[in-house]
Design a protein around this ligand. Structure first.
Ligand code: BYC
Length: 308
């Protein structure tokens, strides 16, 4: 009876768009759903540093090196805001990281694809950050206060990241024939995995129903994917590049683009650990985490000594 009452009151707050804060009563299901999503989001930010960091030493100019360095640092910051938001729900950061290392927690499938050329760094900024912003703008209105506030700050930085990527794509596509070909090749490889970032079709999205009821998610996977396609196709036209989808066509009636079927077998294979770089990404994270152990120990000692 008491539990029923809590759930009723809670849903009423959600329906009235009142943010839920860490000390408020909340159903266990809401808490666990958020810890799962926020921690996976945090893992994505941190694992997402790897393909880009791979190019810091090879950036073609000092200017592009400084910008890329700042972007990769921003991603680490996003991870920190998000782990902190998960901690406000009672999760422990070391547990969350442990789950990542044991492959019990997911992170965005896109980061299991390699960044092979400099123009891949452009495509990542343009498409991957572009897709991430489309999703995260809607998450700014998520029902959990700390997550929603983290999203506001993250979106400001992500829009700079998207422009960094688009600037590289402009340079490459207006460069030599070979450079334009490199830009096209990056678009060919990153287009479909970027569409997969939005998750499975709504009909296969097991988490959506509760997430939408609790206003954790404000828009569905398919809605956001369509929004991203509609805004990105004109950008590809501007670059003079071709989106690798023969079925892509403007639909007057829907006022949107129709597009081809995503390879869902590939999506689930990559999500479940079978992508080109899954093992490499996790190994790298495990090693970096071990290397950083002395820093964590030193911080604990310092706080035992001085933070009384
Ligand atoms: N990759 O029921 P569904 C960035 C999983 S990083 C892997 O639709 P949900 C950046 C899903 O977790 C930005 N797994 O789930 C960083 C679920 O698995 P479990 C990353 C995926 O949660 C560095 C199952 O499939 N953004 O910007 O309702 C450099 C069923 O799916 C994926 C976020 O994390 C996927 N693509 O919806 C550059 C946004 N899709 O947990 C850029 C926050 C689905 O049941 N997250 N799965 O085992 C979300 O908005 C939602 O969690 C999702 C999925 C839309 C991703």
């Amino acid at each position: 009876m008491v539990k029923k009452n809590i759930n009723y009151k809670f849903q009423k707050r959600i329906d009235n768009n009142i943010k839920i804060e860490p000390r408020d009563d909340m159903p266990d299901g809401y808490r666990f759903h958020l810890i799962r999503q926020i921690s996976q989001h945090a893992h994505s930010e941190v694992i997402g540093m790897q393909p880009e960091a791979n190019w810091i030493t090879r950036a073609p100019s000092l200017r592009s090196k400084k910008i890329l360095l700042a972007k990769v640092q921003d991603e680490a910051g996003h991870g920190l805001y998000l782990y902190s938001a998960a901690e406000t729900l009672g999760a422990s950061r070391s547990d969350l990281i442990n789950k990542l290392h044991l492959k019990e927690a997911k992170y965005a499938s896109i980061f299991n694809y390699p960044a092979l050329t400099w123009s891949d760094i452009g495509a990542i900024g343009w498409l991957v950050d572009g897709a991430a912003i489309t999703n995260q703008v809607s998450l700014q209105k998520t029902s959990y206060g700390p997550y929603s506030r983290a999203m506001i700050k993250i979106c400001k930085e992500e829009s700079f990241h998207q422009r960094q990527g688009f600037e590289i794509m402009i340079k490459m596509s207006q460069g030599t024939k070979e450079q334009k070909q490199m830009a096209q090749d990056s678009l060919n490889r990153f287009w479909w995995p970027s569409l997969m970032m939005f998750g499975p079709h709504d009909s296969d999205s097991t988490r959506s129903e509760r997430a939408i009821k609790w206003k954790i998610k404000r828009e569905s996977n398919d809605f956001l994917r369509q929004k991203f396609i509609d805004k990105t196709v004109p950008q590809a036209d501007f670059l003079g590049l071709t989106i690798p989808d023969k079925k892509l066509k403007w639909n007057e009636k829907r006022n949107s683009y129709d597009f081809g079927e995503i390879n869902w077998n590939e999506f689930w294979r990559v999500v479940n650990g079978g992508g080109p770089c899954n093992q490499k990404r996790i190994n790298h994270h495990i090693n970096a985490h071990k290397d950083g152990e002395w820093v964590r120990k030193a911080l604990i000692k310092y706080s035992e000594k001085y933070d009384k």
